[in-house]
Design a protein around this ligand. Sequence first.
Ligand code: SIN
Length: 283
Amino acid sequence: MGISVEPSGQVCGARVTGVDLTGPLDAGTVHEIRAAWLEHHVLAFPDQDLSDDDLERFTLSFGPFGDDPFVAPIPGREHVIAIRRDADETSPLFAENWHTDWSFQAKPPAGTCLYGVTIPPHGGDTLYADQHTALDAMPAGLRLRLEGRQAVHSARGGYAPSGMYGEADAPQRSMDIRPSDEALATQLHPVIRPHPETGRLALFGCIGYIIGIDGMGDDEARELLFEMYQWQTRDEFVYRHEWEPHMLVMWDNRSVLHRATGGYDGFDRLLHRTTIGASAPAA
Ligand code: SIN
């Protein structure tokens, strides 16, 4: 019996049932999940009572582990990080700005898996913006200005010692973030690029991790990136994901932007996260 895939009814996202992720998956099931992932970009698996071993095994069914810089793994694990906020925490929300994970790397991760360990009774939704649909619907004039351009990506705004999650922030934060001068590095990626597995074009990344456009003056680049941002995060391109305890979500960083939301002050929130490393482009 195959998996059951129920689309969210929003621009992307689907709920997957009929599979138990506490044991190894056979090749046919992995193939079905991958096909659903490539189609819907964000998959939610409710009612999965997963250990960190299960989470790691699931991740490795879809590619190698990605490299998670600037956030220390949880004790005893190399590839699991904690997305954590304590009930009384007052530091700015982690990942509240739109981004695609680690887009400043030379080979950014294909996907991210996030498992809900402690989910507050309200708030804490994760938003996903479908970058294929945003590109398809983009006004021709804006698209023309972006076509053929290379974006300059960097982690400096977040993880440099002076960044948002830098040295001044770390002592008040429950997450184990390790700012570093390595965040100052830059990396070019095309603004518009084909998805490595489906070939479908998408916008890749947004202002934040994108700090400029190669060969363009700072003012002009900022204006263009801001215009792009306003378009690519419009409500009609956004899927709002509501968490449940024991739910696993996997998303495709090549297809969507995402961001965290608040609204759960006074409650703990804890999720365990792994990344699926870049896979070779499909032949
Ligand atoms: C993340 O970007 O991994 C965190 C998303 C969230 O906390 O909702």
